[in-house]
Design a protein around this ligand. Structure first.
Ligand code: COI
Length: 356
């Protein structure tokens, strides 16, 4: 696959680009997309960059029925020197293949896909916004395309990459978000699909998110699916707490998504020699730390969310207000360092960025 040529068909027209300071998350798409198909006879084949357009599928196509889908999310940034940078794309490809394994989808050649992605992003370079807090969000995804209503892995698939210039994921922007600690619904259990980036995990989170939104909270914090005691993740981001000088994040356990930003933050904190641990942490422990005056900060991490400070939790009927609802010092330092590396304004001692 690695030697395969990518066919390019450029669009005859160009869409108007949105203003950089008015961008929402994931509403606008660029002029081109990458497409590649899979069949048992040919494997992954026919990679091409084509104009962004609707696709036609039979209503019997398996994508519409049993949710055998996977996706990724990463970002491209344009530097002041007009270079285009990607942040750790190889990690997204590794995770995509882990999701593929879980969902019985054939693995992709990560190196080849990164080459294809670089080609697509260079064609769309002018779509990369440069205003503070903006970037070009990259959404690779795979859908099953066989026409069949039996419950079985599809024999045919389509892999696509679409691009979207984005601003902040949350309407709060860089201001702290309010999170509802979910005590009824659960997201995932050990042995389930919690670790995979698959549509079903997000579909099953919507009910809880709607109910939390009605109470005025941006997102829900998921607890473990068995005892509803230990903290897992927020669904669109992993979570970190700073308690009495130590940074704690739930350990990965098979039901939490292993975020690339999560991993990067752990590596950054270790390089600063900040005490940090990945371990089981219960919501009761966080509440106790709050009552003892030791809960200093909380923040979420994710590609879309970047570093998102958390100003408040609602835990049963208890409001936990952190740092007076203001962004904490560590969250700010992590945000500045990470986005600085991603945008090429800060040194990249870890070799995380790849130039397109
Ligand atoms: C990302 O951070 O890229 C994600 O996939 C979260 C998404 C569900 C918006």
């Amino acid at each position: 696959m690695t030697k395969t040529k990518i066919d390019v068909t450029l669009s005859a027209t160009r869409k108007e680009k949105p203003k950089s300071d008015q961008l929402e998350f994931g509403r606008v798409f660029t002029d081109h997309m990458f497409v590649m198909d899979y069949s048992p006879a040919k494997g992954w084949h026919d990679p091409k960059i084509v104009p962004y357009e609707p696709i036609t599928l039979s209503p019997a196509s398996m994508v519409f029925h049993y949710g055998q889908t996977v996706f990724e999310g990463l970002k491209a940034y344009r530097t002041k020197e007009d270079k285009v940078l990607l942040f750790r794309p190889e990690k997204n490809m590794e995770r995509l293949n882990l999701s593929n394994d879980r969902l019985c989808i054939p693995r992709i050649d990560g190196e080849f896909v990164i080459e294809a992605l670089k080609q697509l992003v260079s064609i769309e370079k002018d779509w990369i916004p440069t205003a503070e807090g903006t970037s070009l969000y990259i959404r690779p995804f795979i859908i099953p395309t066989e026409y069949y209503l039996g419950v079985a892995p599809s024999k045919f698939y389509r892999f696509m990459i679409i691009l979207s210039p984005v601003g902040s994921y949350y309407k709060e922007g860089i201001h702290p978000v309010k999170i509802y600690v979910e005590n009824h619904y659960v997201r995932a259990v050990e042995g389930g699909t919690g670790k995979a980036k698959t549509g079903g995990n997000y579909a099953s989170s919507l009910r809880a998110q709607e109910e939390a939104a009605q109470k005025g909270y941006s997102q829900v914090l998921w607890l473990d699916g068995v005892e509803k005691k230990y903290i897992e993740e927020v669904g669109s981001m992993n979570i970190f707490f700073k308690i009495n000088g130590e940074v704690v994040t739930p350990e990965v356990n098979g039901s939490i998504l292993e975020g690339v930003t999560r991993k990067s933050i752990l590596e950054l904190l270790k390089s600063w020699e900040t005490p940090v641990s990945e371990r089981k942490i219960s919501m009761e422990e966080v509440y106790q730390a709050y009552k003892d005056g030791q809960l200093e900060e909380a923040f979420g991490t994710g590609t879309a969310a970047v570093i998102s400070p958390i100003g408040e939790f609602l835990y049963d009927d208890n409001k936990i207000v952190i740092n007076n609802g203001e962004t904490g010092e560590l969250s700010k330092k992590l945000y500045d360092t990470l986005t600085g590396i991603q945008k090429g304004t800060k040194q990249d001692p870890f070799n995380w960025v790849t130039e397109v």
